[in-house]
Ligand binder design. Structure first.
Ligand SMILES: Cc1cc2nc3c(=O)[nH]c(=O)nc-3n(C[C@H](O)[C@H](O)[C@H](O)COP(=O)(O)O)c2cc1C
Length: 258
């Protein structure tokens, strides 16, 4: 009976939340859901295993790339705890969608977490989060999750029940965002962005470009470029930020469902 930390974290905010939540847990393995070369069907979970599954909210939904990899895995009588990380707007149907997908894979879902991290496109929203206050709160959640895991692993059937989580069906429609990062003159053709793109949207031979049909606007290439050469169209970004300001400005709370 093992505990796993599974995450899709293009720019590291989801991973930060996962690291705090798993600090007090005895994690046997981490599964990065952003690696296109990995055969995720090789992963299987056994009775009593518990997986914390961290994803960012993209447009109030679960990034499809993460779902494709999770669906490939093999699940016994294992439990999963969705961890939804969002950029201080809203997570809409992300938690319900992930819960439903995990249940379809065979997991029981006895708890879930929503947490705020800095917005990976509009960094002024949720700036610096998870901050000190968030960290304290997430640590308190971690202790409660640890107690739940102890009960699951002791065979307590009540601890293994799937809970209700917020969200609506049909899920919020999401067709991507109009932000496709491109490289400017500072691009050194090092190829790091092409190697690390979760959906292989950047051609290795021409890393200053991007296949807009494949790109999911996850912002990893912008975050990792050592020359800071990749960016978004500033006019589009400024206009979108102004539109989002009202919805994103008041501090949103973290939540634990257990
Ligand atoms: C394409 C895209 C869509 C997003 N949509 C939302 C959203 O609907 N609501 C929200 O609060 N944050 C949204 N965000 C912000 C991310 O959920 C947030 O920054 C998250 O921490 C990113 O995770 P990561 O740092 O692990 O990549 C979006 C970010 C991206 C890149």
């Amino acid at each position: 009976m093992k505990v796993y930390a599974m995450y899709f974290s293009p720019t590291g905010g989801t991973k930060k939340v996962m690291d705090i939540l798993t600090e007090s847990l005895d994690v046997s393995g981490e599964i990065d859901l952003s690696l296109p070369e990995v055969d995720y069907s090789a992963y299987s979970f056994e009775d009593g295993d518990v997986c914390l599954v961290g994803v960012p909210s993209f447009g109030g939904r679960v990034p499809e790339t993460a779902l494709v990899h999770i669906r490939a895995m093999h699940v016994g009588r294992a439990a999963a705890i969705p961890v939804i990380v969002y950029g201080n707007r809203a997570y809409d149907d992300t938690m319900l969608e992930l819960k439903n997908e995990l249940v379809s894979c065979g997991f029981k879902v006895p708890a879930a977490v929503a947490a705020v991290a800095e917005h990976s496109i509009m960094h002024q929203f949720g700036a610096g989060r998870p901050d000190y206050e968030d960290q304290q709160e997430l640590r308190a959640y971690s202790i409660k999750i640890k107690a739940l895991i102890t009960r699951i692993q002791a065979g307590d059937p009540e601890a293994f029940n799937t809970i209700d989580v917020p969200g609506n069906e049909p899920y919020r429609e999401y067709n991507g965002v109009p932000f496709k990062p491109k490289a400017g003159k500072d691009c050194t053709h090092c190829g790091l962005c092409a190697a690390k793109c979760p959906v292989q949207a950047i051609p290795a031979q021409q890393p200053e470009s991007v296949d807009e049909k494949l790109c999911i606007s996850c912002m990893r290439c912008v975050a990792i470029c050592p020359a800071h050469a990749r960016s978004l169209n500033k006019l589009v970004l400024t206009a979108a930020s102004a539109k989002m300001k009202k919805a994103c400005s008041t501090r949103k709370a973290n939540e634990l469902f257990i």
